[in-house]
Design a protein around this ligand. Structure first.
Ligand code: SF4
Length: 407
C-alpha cells in the first residue's frame, strides 16, 4: 500500500507524516491491519530493535482527588471502590519499587493523586527518590504529581528525578469535555516547566473517551510538538462509578491502529502501551509489542494488570527482550537531544517542552498510569453502554495494602 510505504520511509528518516497520512492510518480496514502493524514494526525496530522497556507504577497517594477528570477513578465524586490512602512513607514506596525492579523494570513511576504537589509533598517525593536510588542507583525515576508550581520541577530534578509525567490526554478542542477543574493550557504549562528544568518529558494520551480520529491526531501531533520523550498510550478503562463507565468504544484492532499512528508520528520516541492494555488489546497484546517499545509491568494505579510473569512470558514468546538497566532507551540522536528537542523526528521536530505522562493524569485509564482496571480479560468484545466489571478489576494488592505487589 502506498500509504504504508510512505509512512515507513518517513519513519525511518524521522520525518513527520502529514495529518492526512496519520488520519488514513486510523481509517485502514481490518484486512489491512497486519500490513499496518508490519509497517509500524519496521519503524519500531529501526529505532528500538526488539527491546521492551518495563516501567513500574507506585501509587504514592490514592484517591481523594479534588479534580474532576471524567476518566479517573480517583476523581472528585468517584464511586469507584478503589483503594484510598494518603502518602506512602519513603520506605514503603521503595519496597514497592524494589518489587518492580526485581521483576525487570528499569523505570519507576511515582504517582500521586491531587491537583498538584505542595512544597512539603516535593520534600516527601525527594525522600522517596533517595530511598529508591540508595538501593538501586541505576533506576530511572519518573514523577507524576500533577500541576507543578514554579521551581518544583527544579527541586525534583535536584532530588534525582529523571523524568516527569503529565499527559495531555486529548485534543485541546475537547479537553473541556473531560475535565473542568483545570485546562489543557495548564497541562502544557506543567510539561513545559518539567522540560525546562531538565527532566525528560513523558506525556501521552487516553483513547476511547468518545473522541474523533481528528482529536487523536491532534493530540499526538501536539505531543510531538511539545517534545515528549516518551508517549504513554492509554486506552480508557471505563471504571464503574465514573462518568465514562459505559464508554466502551475500543476494539483490539482500533487500539493497534492508534498505536501505529503514534509510532508513525513519533517514530523515535518511547511509545508505551499504558493503561487498558489487557482490557482492550486482550489476546492481541503481542501484536502491540511490534509497534510500542515500552509497557507497564504488573499492576496499574487503581486496577490490576495481568501477572508480572505473564508480561515477561508474553515478551519472550513474541520474540522480544526486556531492556536492561544499562541499555539506553532512546536512540543516540534522540538521547542527545532529549532535554531540548521534541518527539523526535528529525525534520520538523518537536520543539521543546516536554511531556509527561499525564498532566496529572494520574488517573485511570489515563495518566501516568492507568489507574484503571483491567483484568485477565476474557476474549469478549464489550458492547457500548454496558458496564464490564468482568474486565475491570480494582487493585487490591501492592502499595497501600498488606499484600505483595504484582511484579
Ligand atoms: S487524573 Fe489526576 S488530577 Fe485528574 S482526577 Fe485523577 S488523580 Fe485527580
Amino acid at each position: 500500500m502506498d500509504l504504508l510505504d510512505t509512512l515507513t520511509a518517513k519513519g525511518l528518516r524521522r520525518e513527520t507524516p502529514t495529518r492526512e497520512e496519520a488520519l488514513a492510518v486510523l481509517a485502514t480496514t481490518d484486512d489491512e491491519l497486519l500490513d499496518v502493524v508490519a509497517a509500524a514494526g519496521r519503524v519500531r525496530r529501526q529505532w528500538f530493535g526488539r527491546r521492551v522497556k518495563l516501567n513500574y507504577l507506585v501509587n504514592l497517594k490514592s484517591g481523594l482527588c479534588p479534580e474532576d477528570c471524567n476518566y479517573c477513578s480517583q476523581r472528585l465524586g468517584s464511586k469507584a471502590e478503589i483503594l484510598k490512602y494518603t502518602w506512602l512513607k519513603p520506605e514503603q514506596a521503595a519496597e514497592a519499587a524494589a518489587a518492580g525492579l526485581a521483576g525487570g523494570a528499569k523505570r519507576v513511576c511515582l504517582v500521586a493523586s491531587g491537583r498538584g504537589p505542595t512544597d512539603r509533598d516535593i520534600d516527601r517525593v525527594a525522600d522517596t527518590i533517595a530511598a529508591i536510588k540508595d538501593a538501586n542507583e541505576a533506576v530511572e525515576v519518573c514523577a507524576c504529581l500533577g500541576l507543578l508550581s514554579d521551581n518544583q520541577a527544579e527541586r525534583l530534578k535536584a532530588a534525582g528525578a529523571d523524568a516527569y509525567n503529565h499527559n495531555l490526554n486529548t485534543s485541546e478542542a475537547t479537553y473541556g469535555d473531560i475535565t473542568t477543574t483545570h485546562t489543557y493550557a495548564d497541562r502544557v504549562d506543567t510539561v513545559t516547566k518539567a522540560h525546562g528544568a531538565g527532566l525528560s518529558a513523558c506525556s501521552g494520551l487516553i483513547a476511547g473517551m468518545g473522541e474523533s480520529d481528528a482529536d487523536l491526531v491532534d493530540v499526538v501531533f501536539a505531543l510531538r510538538e511539545i517534545g515528549s520523550d516518551s508517549v504513554p498510550v492509554n486506552f480508557l478503562i471505563p471504571f464503574e462509578g465514573t462518568p465514562l463507565a459505559k464508554e466502551w468504544n475500543l476494539t483490539p484492532q482500533r487500539c493497534l491502529r492508534i498505536l501505529a499512528m503514534v509510532r508513525f508520528v513519533c517514530p523515535d520516541v518511547e511509545v508505551r502501551i499504558a493503561g487498558g492494555r489487557e482490557v482492550h488489546l486482550r489476546s492481541m497484546q503481542p501484536l502491540g509489542l511490534h509497534i510500542a517499545n515500552s509497557i507497564f509491568l504488573g499492576d496499574y494505579l487503581t486496577s490490576e494488570g495481568q501477572a508480572g510473569q505473564t508480561d515477561l512470558d508474553m515478551i519472550a514468546d513474541a520474540g522480544f527482550e526486556v531492556e536492561g538497566a544499562g541499555e539506553p532507551t532512546l536512540p543516540r540522536h534522540r538521547a542527545e537531544a532529549a532535554l531540548g528537542g521534541g518527539c523526535g523526528t528529525g525534520g520538523g521536530g518537536c520543539s521543546d517542552a516536554s511531556g509527561t505522562e499525564a498532566a496529572h493524569a494520574c488517573g485511570t485509564g489515563g495518566g501516568c498510569g492507568p489507574c484503571g482496571g483491567h483484568g485477565d480479560a476474557p476474549a469478549a468484545t464489550p458492547e457500548n453502554d454496558e458496564l464490564r466489571s468482568d474486565l475491570v478489576r480494582v487493585r487490591r494488592r501492592g502499595a497501600g495494602t498488606e499484600l505483595a505487589p504484582n511484579a
